[in-house]
Design a protein. Structure first.
Length: 455
């Protein structure tokens, strides 16, 4: 098909994410006979680099030709393909297909790559084919357009740290890197001081495990709120309230934990662990979440949403943070000192304590963090669906306690069964995180979708 009207020769010009032009070479011609799909999938007509543009969906948006029967002229409309981070036209998010006009700016995601829709000003016959026609400076491999890089080297290419800007903190994990360097220096500084060194190592491992969960949740929560949840749990364990919990769950209720020499069946051990470990410890770790909910209710927006619990993701983030405080105090205050005393004071005891510390803290992702995060999901779900709050809370509390008890009971039987229960607990937490992201009222702002990919 041929045409002599210059309006038919439309194209998209790719610009950088901050709006600066990336060169005349990055242009993609639009056809009057075929739609152009933009995304990371290799089958798209405009393929974007998956590593450079993680916020772009596999099939993010499409530009379709639209013919006018009156004057036989063509126009083009832009449609979003249900992308994870949305398509924006001139700064406004698309909710339906919209016609494009010369100079319109298309953004894939709020801070993703941008295209400018333009018409060629040169009026000349144009031969239309069935594929997107790249400029002569572009190379075509296997039917896909790849831009040829210029030979010149810019100052920012030689010194990339100058041009990264906010991306250095948002996308390059600068803060975790800084904290790692600080912890490493502290570890060197405390060589010869085993107790202090153990606290630093345990804190770093716990922080790394929690950061992993935080990234999967994908919701912003102030760091001081999360640290407050962990500290609150630690203070509860050091307060007389713990004695009350022990009296209720291990004296009044059948949760008295057996001694190593006491013979018990697996069923009896499971029941004792359910009351004395599962129900008691999960309720104890949930107290900071309940406090955060009631504190948030009395605050104005946006502090209400930042501090309180208003959805399942809030419950998971605060629940796992509470579990970090519980794990650190339990490991450093009980398990490590006990094993050190059993082996003997000295290098052998310190080594045994260090060997126990690492798996206990690192395994909290499939242990205390898994149970408390899973219960936190139900606490947030109960807030989101208040009419069925008591049923939701009952199911969450009992199931989290059952997982906790099963882990404790199988630990004395078989190591292989312990692996199975650990994997099961981890799977429960991950399933809760994925479902919480779907249910989140602020799902469009969730940063985890940029790492996990599109729908």
């Amino acid at each position: 098909m041929t045409g002599k009207n210059a309006r038919h020769n439309a194209f998209l010009r790719l610009v950088s994410s901050n709006g600066a032009a990336s060169g005349s070479e990055s242009r993609y011609s639009l056809l009057t006979s075929k739609e152009v799909v933009i995304g990371r999938d290799p089958t798209c007509q405009v393929v974007l680099d998956a590593m450079m543009y993680r916020m772009v969906s596999r099939r993010h948006a499409v530009v379709r030709p639209l013919s006018s029967s009156l004057d036989s002229k063509f126009s083009w409309v832009l449609c979003d393909l249900n992308s994870a981070n949305g398509t924006f036209l001139n700064g406004k998010r698309l909710s339906a297909c919209q016609e494009l006009h010369a100079g319109d700016r298309i953004s894939l995601g709020a801070d993703g790559p941008q295209f400018i829709f333009e018409y060629d000003l040169i009026s000349q016959p144009t031969v239309m084919t069935n594929q997107v026609k790249p400029l002569p400076s572009a190379k075509n491999h296997h039917g896909h357009t790849h831009l040829k890089q210029p030979d010149s080297v810019s100052f920012t290419q030689l010194f990339p740290i100058i041009s990264t800007g906010k991306d250095l903190t948002r996308k390059a994990y600068l803060v975790p890197g800084i904290l790692t360097v600080i912890f490493v220096v502290l570890m060197f500084a405390t060589v010869g001081q085993p107790q202090t060194n153990q606290v630093i190592v345990a804190t770093y491992i716990a922080s790394a495990a929690y950061y992993f969960v935080y990234q999967l949740c994908g919701k912003q929560k102030p760091w001081w709120v999360l640290m407050g949840a962990a500290l609150s749990t630690t203070l509860i364990l050091l307060s007389p309230l713990l004695d009350l919990f022990i009296f209720v769950f291990r004296v009044i209720l059948p949760g008295n934990l057996p001694s190593p020499q006491e013979p018990t069946t697996f069923t009896e051990l499971l029941v004792r662990m359910f009351f004395g470990a599962g129900l008691m410890e999960e309720l104890l770790k949930a107290l900071p979440l309940i406090g955060a909910y009631y504190i948030g209710r009395g605050l104005p927006s946006p502090w209400r949403e930042r501090i309180g619990i208003w959805e399942p993701l809030d419950g998971i983030l605060l629940g796992t943070a509470s579990a970090v405080g519980f794990t650190l105090l339990e490991t450093l205050g009980q398990y490590v000192p006990n094993i050190t005393q059993q082996v003997g004071i000295g290098a052998a005891g310190q080594l045994a304590g260090f060997q126990l510390l690492i798996p206990r803290i690192l395994g909290s992702v499939a242990g205390h963090m898994a149970y408390s995060g899973y219960l936190g999901y139900f606490i947030g779900l109960a807030v989101l669906k208040p009419r069925m709050s008591w049923q939701i809370l009952s199911i969450g509390y009992l199931s989290a306690s059952a997982l906790h008890a099963l882990w404790n009971a199988t630990g004395s039987i078989n190591a292989l069964l312990l692996v199975v229960v650990g994997v099961l607990s981890y799977a429960f937490l991950m399933a809760a995180i994925l479902k919480a992201r779907v249910l989140s009222p602020t799902r469009s702002q969730n940063f985890a979708t940029r790492f996990i990919g599109p729908k």
